[in-house]
Design a binder for this molecule. Structure first.
Ligand SMILES: [Fe+2]
Length: 210
């Protein structure tokens, strides 16, 4: 697990270079890792997946599930979990936060649609292969596999389920959570433009239960 050791070490080494003021400000957070550290970990995880260093964790024969979201934990310790997720069409995460965990992702292949609550409405963006995003505490979003060529077709309906997907063309992303994910809350947008928290669940599954 060379990559796991190097990834965590590199993140921790970066802490020693953090200016004293930043350390003071960030001391209120429940983790020493910063969004930049998580972005770097997901980038390194994606690189390792593409290089075949996690082939032993991938579905047999390279056949990716087409019915349900699939995930495998790439590395884990007390401070961070790093996951590889395969996304399937028409299966959104629902609108959620990550409780007390910071998060980040790097897209390896395909594209993701993210609908993020900006305080007054949901704003959509498309993340394609190579794109990264980080999620501070309080980030509320819904994520799903974007229909093919979504980056060129932003008018595609949010809940489209018409896309078919083969077992060999996955949409993949690497996610990191720190502290490791233990809970998520789910939300509804009310008729008068506010969020209502509908439930909170204990889970260590990335982006919620499959
Ligand atoms: Fe999420």
């Amino acid at each position: 697990m060379r990559s796991s050791v190097l990834s965590l070490d590199s993140a921790r080494n970066a802490l020693s270079a953090t200016p004293p003021l930043d350390r003071a400000v960030s001391s209120a957070l429940p983790t020493r890792l910063r969004p930049a550290d998580l972005l770097r970990l997901t980038d390194e995880g994606a690189e390792d997946v593409l290089a075949g260093r996690y082939d032993h964790l991938l579905p047999a024969n390279g056949i990716w599930p087409t019915d349900e979201r699939w995930a495998t934990r790439l590395l884990s310790d007390d401070e961070v979990d790093v996951w590889l997720i395969s996304w399937t069409p028409g299966k959104s995460t629902e609108l959620h936060d990550h409780a007390g965990s910071l998060g980040a992702l790097t897209v390896l292949s395909g594209a993701l649609s993210e609908f993020r609550w900006n305080g007054t409405e949901l704003r959509r963006r498309i993340l394609t292969a190579g794109d990264q995003a980080s999620f501070p505490i309080g980030w509320v979003h819904d994520v799903m596999r974007a229909p093919a060529a979504a980056s060129d077709c932003l008018q595609v309906a949010r809940n489209s389920t018409a896309e078919s997907v083969g077992p060999l063309d996955p949409t993949l992303s690497v996610h990191a959570y720190s502290p490791p994910l233990t809970a998520m809350s789910y939300y509804e947008v009310t008729g008068h433009g506010t969020l209502r928290r509908s439930r909170t669940v204990l889970t260590d599954q990335p982006e919620g239960d499959m």
